[in-house]
Design a protein around this ligand. Structure first.
Ligand code: ADE
Length: 276
């Protein structure tokens, strides 16, 4: 048997896979506000007979759109922090979205196992930097992803901590959708410490989110190609406090995200991985 690498049996299997039309996409999104416009646009339906373990808050929407089976998963609301608001005269569930790397990696793992997608799209909002020329509502397709808050200053553990991975290369998608290209850096905080700022610079990142590198880790582990579409809600090196700017822009920026994701799905439809 030929060894691993170009021309090996393994490489030829991957080449064959890349030439089959894509039939199933998994969209991973952290926040309900980001997810619902896409669910509505693609006319996805909530899965009432969950493929996930009983009791977890993870939510799956699914449907057939053109020639594609689409699954969109959202980690749901944190189970310990929810409450009901009775002010409206009916019970309205208030809760907090399970953002961050832990929930993102768990729901991605469970969804890949249950649904065996051909391609993952991790979509969401992100911070960006004016020194990198970014503006609010810009939409980025990340070329690389890495962590900026896993500091392990021991040789090789340091590289494991950064966990840098390339996203699946999609030059035609980038050009067709006229998206911006940049590297993505992930951490579990919305704000940024001086050490994290230095790591983001070391990662040469243009966009900063709270899930991407975790999704990339799981996708790489299970050998599923993944791409990352991130829309900018706040300028990290700007004048406004991040949380305030994020909340102010969230609803408007999700419209830009929704448009980019649905255009990406339209572009992917009928193509194989090697055509992206
Ligand atoms: N999502 C939106 N804005 C963000 C930021 N500044 N950092 C991390 N995740 C974000």
């Amino acid at each position: 048997m030929a060894p691993h690498g170009e021309g090996s049996e393994e490489a030829m299997v991957v080449q064959d896979e890349n030439r089959k039309p894509i039939s199933s996409i998994l969209i991973v999104i952290a926040m309900q506000t980001e997810a619902m416009p896409i669910v509505n646009k693609l006319q996805l339906k909530e899965d009432l007979d969950s493929v996930f373990p009983k009791g977890v808050p993870w939510v799956r929407y699914h449907g057939v759109y053109k020639d594609l089976h689409i699954n969109l998963v959202w980690p749901g609301k944190d189970s310990t922090l929810g409450c009901y608001d009775m002010d409206m005269g009916y019970a309205f569930y208030l809760g907090v979205d399970s953002v961050g790397t832990v929930s993102a990696s768990l729901v991605t793992y469970a969804a890949i196992q249950a649904l065996q997608p051909d391609l993952i799209i991790n979509a969401g909002t992100a911070g960006s930097f004016k020194v990198k020329g970014a503006s609010i509502s810009d939409v980025f397709l990340a070329s690389d992803v890495a962590f900026h808050d896993r500091r392990i200053p021991i040789p090789v553990f340091d590289l494991y901590g950064v966990g840098s991975r390339q996203s699946f290369s999609t030059p035609n998608l980038l050009k067709e959708l006229n998206l911006k290209a940049g590297k993505l850096s992930t951490g579990d905080s919305l704000d940024i410490s001086p050490q994290e700022e230095a790591s983001i610079v070391a990662n040469d990142a243009t966009v900063k989110d709270m899930e991407g590198a975790a999704v990339a880790y799981v996708a790489d582990l299970l050998k599923v190609p993944a791409i990352f579409i991130k829309a900018v809600t706040d300028i990290v090196d700007g004048d406004k406090p991040t949380a305030e700017e994020f909340l102010q822009n969230l609803a408007a920026v999700t419209a830009a995200l929704d448009q980019a994701v649905t255009q990406a799905v339209d572009f992917i439809n009928g193509k194989c991985l090697s055509e992206l």
